[in-house]
Design a protein around this ligand. Structure first.
Ligand SMILES: Nc1ncnc2c1ncn2[C@@H]1O[C@H](COP(=O)(O)OP(=O)(O)OP(=O)(O)O)[C@@H](O)[C@H]1O
Ligand SMILES: [Mg+2]
Ligand SMILES: [Zn+2]
Length: 280
């Protein structure tokens, strides 16, 4: 919080307390009580205390209603400022999340489950977002596998947006291809970015969603970079969500059973999307 504003609030609160309880006698300096008149609120009891040392310092209490209004007004200012800061933070994090335009409007509310499995997946994703703090503490990720057009991205993006809105955490949507592109860019002559910087880049978000995890994995070193990222995140207990069109078994072959297991550590889970595409 703004320290200037919080000091102002402290002072106003002291004024309010004094206006109700009166001033205390200090060092034998007597306190006098009179009835004063506030132009807005009428008569009130006023306490005064005078100290004369080099100069005379007079302390007087003010109208308690005015004092209360002042405190409320500062509290409101602080709340407004906080809300504004939060709003800016959310806008920034939404842009950092790299959610493609296509999914910008996706939320839990506009996901319409057409069958029991979809209902279940929606429920689990909602719970994931609601229990985010636990998930984050325990590094619990998720695996979403299944057929095209079934709403894997829709639900992953909904989770991301909830986390940004409610927790202002840094979440990022990426894909295996994007990671590999970043990794390859470190080979270029005119780049200063190193391999470990690429790993750090994808390890830093509190939640990383990796889309299109599938057979398109290229060389061994490319496979390794993906594993490095997942592993670094695992070790730092940062949740990762993997999305794939492969079956659970194929995915296990591609990324290794261990990786899938790691997603589930800390209360993560596996969701299967095995119905017809919503697209047509
Ligand atoms: N149950 C649903 N209710 C509302 N919209 C849905 C639903 N399922 C999918 N959609 C919409 O259909 C489109 C395709 O969904 P999405 O991209 O999330 O699917 P996907 O499972 O990620 O597909 P792919 O495997 O091809 O990437 C999106 O625009 C999404 O918002
Ligand atoms: Mg998708
Ligand atoms: Zn007053």
């Amino acid at each position: 919080m703004d320290s200037g504003l919080s000091k102002t609030l402290e002072r106003a609160e002291t004024d309010l307390t004094n206006s109700i309880n009166g001033l205390k006698e200090i060092d034998g300096l007597s306190v006098t009580e009179t009835i004063a008149n506030c132009q807005l609120h009428g008569e009130y009891k006023k306490w005064s205390r005078k100290i004369t040392m080099m100069a005379t310092i007079k302390t007087e209490t003010i109208c308690p209603v005015c004092a209360k209004e002042k405190v409320d007004q500062i509290k409101q200012q602080i709340a407004d400022k906080k809300a504004k800061t939060k709003e800016l933070e959310i806008t920034k994090l939404l842009s950092w999340a790299e959610i493609p335009k296509r999914f910008e409007l996706c939320t839990f509310d506009n996901y319409l489950p057409g069958n029991k499995s979809a209902e279940r997946n929606l429920r689990i994703c909602k719970a994931y977002a609601e229990k985010w703090e636990d998930r984050l503490k325990n590094g619990g990720g998720m695996v979403m596998v299944g057929l095209p057009g079934t709403g894997k991205n829709h639900l992953a993006v909904s989770i991301m947006k909830e986390i940004i809105k409610n927790h202002q955490h840094y979440v990022l949507l990426t894909s295996v291809n994007k990671i590999i592109r970043e990794y390859r860019s470190t080979w270029s002559k005119d780049t200063t970015k190193s391999e470990s910087e690429v790993i750090a880049e994808f390890s830093s978000p509190e939640l990383l969603v990796i889309d299109e995890v599938g057979v398109q994995y290229g060389s061994d070193s490319e496979r390794l970079i993906i594993f490095e990222i997942i592993n670094t995140r695992y070790e730092e207990m940062r949740p990762t969500i993997l999305i794939s069109n492969e079956t659970r078994e194929q995915l296990a072959e591609i990324v290794g059973e261990r990786v899938i297991d790691r997603m589930k550590d800390g209360g993560g889970c596996e969701l299967v999307f095995d119905w017809e595409s919503y697209r047509k």
